[in-house]
Write a protein that binds this ligand. Sequence first.
Ligand code: ATP
Length: 368
Amino acid sequence: MTNQVIEFRHVSKQYDDNLVLRDINFTIEAGKFYTLLGPSGSGKTTILRIIAGFDDATSGDVIFDGQRINDIPANQRQVNTVFQDYALFPHMNVAENVAFGLKIKRIPKEEIAKRVQDALHMVQLDGYGEREITEMSGGQRQRVAIARAIVNRPKVLLLDEALSALDHKLRVEMQAELRALQRRLGITFIFVTHDQGEALAMSDQIFIINDGMIQQSGTPVDIYDEPLNHFVADFIGESNIVPGIMKKDFLVNINGHDFECVDAGMKPNEKVEAVLRPEDLDITTVDQGKLVATVDTQLFRGVDYQIMVHDEEGHEWKINSIHKTKVGEKVGITFDPEDIHIMRYHETEAAFDARLDSYEGDDEEDER
Ligand SMILES: Nc1ncnc2c1ncn2[C@@H]1O[C@H](COP(=O)(O)OP(=O)(O)OP(=O)(O)O)[C@@H](O)[C@H]1O
């Protein structure tokens, strides 16, 4: 038996005729940091709400510590949730906010005082108990919300877009702090975000969700280096995704050119997609290049240049390079065989593409 704490078995969720989760299966182990990552409306919050007991699965089993909990009410589950807006009580001070749930459970006063103090210590708010919520900054309120959740000693802490109300600098600080807190507490965190950088930085394990389905699960490095499909390759990091033909093992044809690669096991002449990350491509001279291209735009970004080029067949490439070019200049593009990542081509991904295009048109404000 593993130290598995939550399992979803064939969980689906339907609102009227809208199927928002489609046969979700996963296991969550004790003591790890998980992230549910996906675009707005993909079903992340619905998964959290089903774990918390705020929503029912339409079908399938939700298992917690080996028991089916579909019919167990939220207040009897060993999970707590930190909401995006923190949901603190403005008329109570910090300690009263943290103590609230324990008072309802009629826990003796002395024990409440001790547990509140411990929880505030965990989130580095020692001595702030008497402060009014209105006197706390955004980052401090975030910590109060976490203290209020961990004071119940849950086995699993659910965090729904918990950092999105913070400005960029504070958000990055809180990412590191949350990660450190999870390690100190040793409990499972399940964190929901649509920010891929946040997910890569914080997680032991990421579940990529789109269209009510898990597209891929794995460590941040696995997902970045070995995206399973077009959606994941496009959603995580930046990429050039180009159609290709796998001529034979270790040889792929892209835009009419043959390139050595490190992938094998496809049928001869199988249609594939090749992913090349901009940071794995570089600019060289025309005669040294594996492809010849013309520079369209160049953007200085401090550490490097982001260069857009088009090759002789007219295909666009994005390249991150420390080498400066000139707009209109003819250059060579280089990369190594291991920089080409081959994915099987799935017809259905045309549908993902269409959805992604409409998603990219939204800005973050519209997503909420
Ligand atoms: N109570 C509800 N009634 C009807 N439809 C709902 C309800 N809650 C969510 N949905 C729908 O379920 C789908 C998934 O929503 P969900 O909130 O899980 O997405 P999400 O990935 O968390 O998105 P976001 O990042 O915007 O919060 C959406 O299409 C949403 O409109």
